[in-house]
Design a protein around this ligand. Structure first.
Ligand code: SF4
Length: 328
């Protein structure tokens, strides 16, 4: 990482298949893992740099140069890009240059998207900058402080009531597509009363779509898993009784990860934010002589970790949940 706006490592990745955004070119604008939350289900591990202070991380002009090069490369290869999504392995609004970054993305002609945990939406400058993106996803895992603290494990300076107010305010002013995302974690935020309260709040916000997801990729903490089918059905019924567009994000997004730039560097930049199934990694490496041997080498060299979650083998850039990693 660089500390004061210097040249970033490769932070533009993909395009990757996205269940919500089609073919999404990603930008990881935050060094690993700076976040205001340390969610129990986080697929990129426990938070090692907990913060609510916006600051400079990378030089936005360097990121935008890399983006332009990769967009040219991808277009020349005949691949499509539907969105450029700011989706780091941390909280994107911690980047004080987010507004400049979004302006630059928008000027490429590809619409920008941001996936945020909502925590800094209380800051007027964050709301103003997010306004520049035509597609914004805000996290809403619970509207009761106890639940929010248990699931998202927020920075101590944050207050849920202020965040909920900030979401309401943003929803009134944002002219683009605002969606919300709720991760349902068995036994933590799936009680009937909690879901009803969440539905009431979201009905006031009026998102274009309320996405429900489950911890389908390896979580930060052991023992965190998706709710039972019965719970998922109940959650859907409760939310859909008050809201029009409720969708589950439980389908597999597919394995069509585009290669851009140097092969291994490209793979690592995706894995930094997005653990991949073994079959997807092997497909990504299919141009090398022996993809399985190459993958084994990356694991042996400690560049890539391997973890089994819900019977599926995943490759990722962090220590497995069962290890005593730092942070959180
Ligand atoms: S899931 Fe998102 S908000 Fe939660 S700890 Fe991970 S990066 Fe931060």
């Amino acid at each position: 990482m660089t500390g004061a706006g210097g040249t970033p490592p490769s932070v533009v990745f993909g395009p990757v298949p996205s269940r919500r955004l089609g073919r999404s070119m990603g930008i990881n604008n935050i060094p690993s893992k700076h976040c205001s939350y340390s969610c129990v289900y986080c697929q990129v591990g426990r938070t090692t740099n907990m913060s609510v202070t916006r600051r400079v991380f990378y030089d936005p002009d360097s990121i935008l140069r890399e983006l332009t090069e990769k967009l040219d490369e991808v277009r020349a290869g005949g691949d499509a890009v539907d969105y450029v999504t700011v989706v780091p392995d941390g909280e994107p609004t911690l980047d004080i240059n987010l507004g400049r970054l979004l302006d630059g993305i928008n000027s490429t002609g590809v619409p920008s998207a941001v996936i945020s945990n909502s925590s800094l939406i209380t800051y007027p400058d964050v709301r103003e900058e997010l306004m520049r993106s035509s597609w914004v996803s805000l996290k809403a895992d619970g509207v009761r402080t106890e639940v929010w603290k248990a699931v998202d494990r927020p920075h101590g300076a944050l207050r849920l009531e202020n965040i909920l107010e900030g979401i309401m305010e943003f929803s009134r002013d944002h002219s683009g597509r605002l969606v919300t995302e709720t991760m349902l974690v068995e036994g933590m935020n799936t009680g009937t009363r909690d879901l009803e309260a969440l539905a009431d709040f979201l009905a006031k916000v009026g998102p274009a779509t309320v996405y429900l997801s489950v911890p389908s990729r390896p979580p930060a903490e052991p023992g965190i898993g998706p709710p039972s089918t019965e719970t998922l059905n109940r959650a859907y019924q409760i939310l859909a009784s008050r809201l029009e567009n409720v969708e589950y994000l439980t389908g597999y997004e597919g394995e069509d990860f585009s290669r851009s730039g140097e092969l291994v560097a490209g793979l690592l930049s995706i894995l930094a934010v997005h653990p991949m199934r073994e079959s997807a990694v092997l497909r990504y490496l299919s141009d090398v002589k022996d993809p399985e041997a190459k993958l084994g080498e990356l694991v042996r060299d400690g560049l890539v970790g391997r973890e089994v979650h819900l019977g599926e083998v995943y490759y990722l850039l962090r220590p497995p949940a069962s290890s005593d990693g730092s942070g959180g």
